[in-house]
Design a protein around this ligand. Structure first.
Ligand SMILES: Nc1nc2c(ncn2[C@@H]2O[C@H](COP(=O)(O)OP(=O)(O)OP(=O)(O)O)[C@@H](O)[C@H]2O)c(=O)[nH]1
Ligand SMILES: [Mg+2]
Length: 331
């Protein structure tokens, strides 16, 4: 199983500005000295790790980053302005590699950590800087150096922010497929999902998060029934759980009891899982029989004091408000 997010981007630092070759020209000063100023340094491309981002999604939409070049020097010893740096924000835990060779350049492990991935070219010196006792009128000025250019690969081990739990057939895989890039198998038999799937949900241009779909749980899972509970380790570090309930599941006559059975299994695996914020998600609301139960079920589950949402993953109804609510727990 490989839960690695990847992105390949091109970075180009700014070239240095050229130094200037110039001589002072003033009235009544027949042979003015050299006064060519230096070119400014080119801007660099800098990677910076930031907390609160958990995917490389944004870098899949923008792949090319270029820093500004340095301005050329001018006469009268005027220096060229340095080019601005470009700062590329990445999640904490991103590994940066050279795309061609796979060589690791850096691991950005701490919030705020920066790495100059492409250095701006140095500005060239103007001829004013080449004066010496033997050379009063230097006819030379340096060109600015080229900024570095690279193609880099970013890799991030995905950690789930949101965990989907529930009985087999509750609609977990259908939901993750509806909201993310994950494409797990979906079928109307229990334990369709045999391994966890992670999907990246893009909420808006600034925010994306990772959802984990795991095999369904059943009563006695902690004793090995069904697929067991070992997959719960994939949701141990999530910030929130979505507990999916199919209110017309033919194998569960009492949805509240079914909910409690799953909670038992969570607690048996690790009591801390019960402390996580949880959203109750009533699924398959496009089905007449489920919809008829909606009001009643909302009343039943309301006593738990947790947010309740009714959705149809199949028809993609009610998903936006659910994701909005979930994202509140992710900052
Ligand atoms: N009508 C309707 N059917 C749904 C909806 N969501 C899921 N289903 C159906 O319910 C069945 C089970 O869906 P899955 O998404 O595979 O359920 P799961 O919770 O991932 O199941 P396991 O992987 O076995 O734990 C499939 O036949 C789905 O098509 C829904 O919103 N509406
Ligand atoms: Mg599934």
């Amino acid at each position: 199983m490989k839960f690695i997010d990847e992105a390949i981007i091109e970075v180009k630092a700014g070239d240095g500005g050229n130094g200037c070759l110039s001589f002072r020209r003033e009235k009544y000063v027949p042979r003015g000295g050299p006064d060519g100023g230096d070119g400014g340094n080119g801007g660099s491309c800098i990677l910076k790790a930031k907390a609160g981002i958990t995917t490389l999604m944004d870098l899949k939409f923008r792949k090319h980053f270029e820093a500004k070049r340095g301005v050329h020097g001018k006469g009268k010893k005027m220096y060229g302005k340095a080019g601005d740096d470009v700062v590329i924000i990445v999640p904490i835990g991103t590994t940066i590699k050279e795309a061609k060779t796979g060589k690791v350049l850096v691991d950005l492990a701490r919030a705020g950590q920066e790495f100059v991935v492409a250095k701006g070219g140095k500005g060239g010196r103007g001829n004013a800087r080449f004066v010496s006792s033997t050379r009063q009128a230097p006819q030379i000025a340096e060109k600015g150096k080229e900024g570095e250019e690279k193609t880099i690969k970013l890799e991030l081990k995905l950690l789930a922010d949101v965990g989907l739990i529930g009985f087999p057939n509750a609609g977990k895989s259908t939901l993750i497929a509806a909201i993310s890039n994950a494409r797990p198998k979906i079928a109307d038999y229990p334990f369709t999902t045999k391994v966890p799937h992670l999907g990246v949900v893009r909420l808006n241009t600034e925010k994306s998060f990772v959802v984990a779909d795991i095999p369904g749980l059943i009563e006695g899972a902690h004793k090995g029934a069904g697929m067991g509970i070992q997959f719960l380790k994939h949701i141990e570090r999530t910030k929130i759980l979505l507990h999916l309930i199919d209110v017309i599941d033919p194998t569960q006559s009492d949805p509240l009891a079914a909910y409690r059975a799953i909670r038992e299994e969570l607690g048996a695996y690790q009591p801390a899982l019960l402390e996580k914020p949880e959203i109750i998600v009533l699924t398959k609301m496009d089905m007449q029989k489920a919809f008829e139960q909606k009001k009643e079920m909302e009343k039943v589950f309301k006593n738990l004091g947790k947010p309740i949402f009714a959705i149809s993953a199949l028809k993609k109804e009610g998903l936006k408000p659910l994701l909005q609510e979930a994202s509140k727990f992710l900052t």
